[in-house]
Design a protein. Structure first.
Length: 315
């Protein structure tokens, strides 16, 4: 793990993602953050554009990564200070003994405005879990809540999720994979969900996250235990900036959509359903994901969600 982590760190630096910040008398602490470029992980871009990081006394450098493995190894090696990923990914790392702790919530799922769905081609006959038996379903990451949510819904609606083959496909490639017949369905999130539906080639089969819980934490920002212990002021400033960003984004969906469109390099409809950003860390919203992940084998057993959070972050 250690040698692989350093190789990943070297790759990030060699790629020029983390060039040294210019040093001046007014230089702020440099914080390197990676996130997934979807609605749940877009907060850091809002914070950057709206000046919340600078207000908190931080100079933040952001990179977009879709690989949970690269995110984790880069944080472990110190190439990244913080990263955002799915809650179940962090829970799996925790159970394996990796020294990661959550410092701030990212997006939350709400059944009142579902932002993730299982989709299929518009002319597909798939309607229920039983129709998916023996089929191939794509998710962005096998360790993500999408995998668990799909399995729960399939089993609850008459199917056998053990018979389903799950493969990893980025959200933006789903439409092509469906058209080519490489997959039968996929669980995707906003803004790619809205873009796929707007193209008129796919339809929603089910909002599978409703099978996990009506409300739960989708993802979170994490760091290492040692970083949290040695940089408490930076961790606190980072969490404060994201809490301010969450309040702003929840109140300004049109403005945040414009920022997300800029970084995603695709149109984000201001009227599309949006995730709710957590304004404070809450263990209760993390527990349903942990319990579901344990039931479906991502975790060997469930555990109290409070174990995932850095000291002082829970409210």
């Amino acid at each position: 793990m250690r040698s692989r982590a350093w190789l990943c760190a070297a790759a990030l630096i060699a790629a020029g993602w983390f060039a040294p910040a210019p040093v001046t008398a007014q230089t702020l602490p440099v914080v390197r953050v990676a996130t997934t470029l979807n609605d749940s992980g877009a907060e850091v871009y809002y914070a950057q554009d709206m000046g919340f990081f600078e207000k908190a006394g931080l100079h933040v450098e952001i990179v977009t990564l879709n690989s949970a493995g690269l995110l984790g190894s880069s944080v472990a090696s110190g190439a990244l200070d913080f990263a955002e990923t799915g809650l179940s990914v962090i829970a799996t790392a925790h159970q394996k003994g990796l020294p990661f702790v959550i410092v701030a919530p990212a997006g939350q799922y709400s059944s009142k405005a579902p932002t993730t769905a299982l989709v299929a081609l518009k002319n597909s006959p798939l309607k229920s879990g039983s129709d998916l038996n023996g089929r191939t379903i794509a998710v962005r990451d096998i360790n993500s809540p999408a995998y668990v949510g799909a399995r729960i819904w399939i089993d609850q609606s008459g199917g056998d999720s053990k018979s389903v083959k799950f493969v990893e496909v980025p959200d933006y490639d789903v439409a092509g994979a469906l058209a080519q017949g490489r997959i039968d369905g996929a669980v995707i999130s906003e803004p790619d969900l809205q873009n796929a539906l707007a193209a008129g080639t796919v339809r929603v089969v089910s909002f599978v996250y409703n099978s996990v819980a009506s409300d739960f934490l989708l993802g979170a920002y994490f760091t290492t235990t040692s970083y949290a212990q040695t940089h408490p002021e930076i961790v606190r400033a980072f969490a404060i900036a994201l809490a301010q960003t969450a309040r702003w984004a929840n109140a300004n969906p049109k403005l945040s959509a414009a920022i997300l469109s800029k970084y995603a390099k695709s149109h984000v409809d201001p009227a599309m359903p949006r995730v709710v950003y957590g304004e404070r860390a809450t263990a209760a919203l993390a527990q349903p994901v942990i319990d579901a992940a344990a039931k479906y084998g991502q975790l060997t057993a469930t555990f109290p969600a409070a174990e995932l959070f850095a000291p002082g972050t829970l409210k």
